[in-house]
Design a protein around this ligand. Sequence first.
Ligand code: PLP
Length: 681
Amino acid sequence: MTTEIYLDGNATTAVLPAAIAAAADAMGQRYGNPSSSHGTGLKAKVLLDQTRACAVRLLGVGDGRLMFNSGATEGIQTAVLSALVALRERRERGEAIGSLLVYGATEHKAVPESLAHWNRLLGLNLTLQKLPVDQDGAHDLAQLRALAPQAALVCTMAANNETGIVTNLAAIEVLLAETGSAAYWLVDCVQALGKLDLDLASTRIDYAPFSGHKLYAPKGIGMLYVRAGAPFTPLIMGGGQESGQRSGTENMAGIAALGAVLSALERGDTFRSHHQLASFRARLADSLRAALPGVVFNNPFDKSLPTTLNFSVPGLSSRELMDVFDAAQVRVSSGSACSAAKAAPSYVLDAMHAPLWRSAGAIRMSFGPLADEATIADACRRIERCGAALRASCLIPSERTAVPHDGLLQLGVEGACSWMVLDAASRSCIVIDPLPDMIARIESYVRCQNYQVQAIVSTSPDVDRSMLISALGRHVDCHAATDAYGWPSAVHAIQLGTQTLLSVADGAARHYLLGDAADATLPPQAVRFVFSARPTVEALRPLTCAQTLLCPTRDEHNQFCVGMAAPAAAEAQAALQLDSAALDVFLQAHPNAELIDVREPYEFAATITPGTAGRSARSVPLSRLAEHASSWLHGEQTPLVFFCRSGNRSLKAAQLLRRLGHGQAYSLNGGLALAPLAHAA
Ligand code: PLP
């Protein structure tokens, strides 16, 4: 049985078995309301008091307050509200207050969002002031020194969630004292719990929020420390629980679970030492260096938590890295978990002045202090597997020549696309519409499969091909003179193995026809593909046939290609999506159905076969869909069931086939995440 390797501990963690047992006990046996004065309530109260006492010892709360709440976002709200209410009251009394709400540029969004929210609601109109960090993620202390006298509230984090970079809180404390700043100080301690020693009452920190789910307690339980003497305003009023500081019947299951984690921390017998964790990270880093040439670490290890790695790989997007790791069942995240769905640049790395490729391509790999030797060793093997998959797919340089492909390949960025026509037998290819952003990809593809580029042509005139030509070096034949479209002068057709490419002039534009023909003539019925900048081209109808597919040079809506024939009259079609239960029934009814994995080849290659025995599947990535769509439409149509990781890409593939007139194309709803399938080797 294969298991997933969870390396996203900074997003959340699994729950410690002892914490699960404690929660179950709190729900099953000690289910009382700690506010009730009868025996059942008292048992719950004991649990509540014990947990608080443990937290107080562990965090050095001294004579400060320590209240339970739902998590750090709530703790941050309460802290910000408390500080701002106090500031408003002081101002109303005629006292001078600072004008700035200073927060570190790499704070979790909960901090600046809360500052803006409560500043507005309370009508304070203070100025939110971002405090820059340097390239190592450290706060700009010179700027803080300049801002401190006008600061009303300073918010810094103990350790950053994306990079694990640890803040020099002692230096900030000295600075605040030296400048005589009267600012309140909020320190987000979410990522520090269990990883950094804390002795809160010995510092001038006013507010410190914590979250259980970052350290093996469940989601929905957190704590807030408030220094003795620091202003406090409850966020939630009601029955007066938590000494009136946070009303609402306590989340006793969460508190019991958190209690189990805190006692484990206090006993010191459950979690790994800093030294052991640092050695785990070093091993992961070594594996990443070996598997992914050129990998750059975005967090200086000596300045960050030993449990976090943040890295980028030249030439690879965070989406590609996420996908390959996910296929190998290694769970990592791109930037912070909140923005994992969109591969937006990381604001944390942007603030650290990382170049765009690093900030947009960053992957965070993080584990908790419960990590064990076997998991790290397994993770290293899977990193190696991911590297091999990326090398075999030509996404990263490889010393060995990869098996060449035949047919058509679509390479797209943000709506635009380049096409490559490949001939494995002669190891030659043609590039159509090379996009500047695709040069590196085309180059590594050509080099790694040892192709010779016969021509680089465009559908519009005067496209600069010089960068691609120089990148390709000896892999391109560029001696022949060409016209403004890159088409070799004095040549009527380009022959590529058994395929022929013809150029068709159309005003300022060019279209290209590709088909199987042994000579320079290409009768309409032999034309398989047309490449054009236009979505439909009437002028091409006489030169093509109903099966010809038009490959556009813009593909904003992931259409891949369109049919030259008029779309079939809308008829009642079978449902497009199958869920995993319907899939079994469908496969029994259609034993000839083909399962098609539309993930990219590196994902296919990195896949750790899920445990469920099942049918074998064929790999046809979306980038090769046009090529295969053309063959699936010919002859007898076999039922096709497309699948991918989540069901998004396979839906696009099934929709394409249906649009092109294939009546039996389906997508597996929810993808591999919900319905594991076995793979052909
Ligand atoms: N602060 C930091 C540094 C975090 O990493 C997180 C969690 O993502 C939060 C605050 C918010 O914590 P919670 O999920 O408990 O609301």
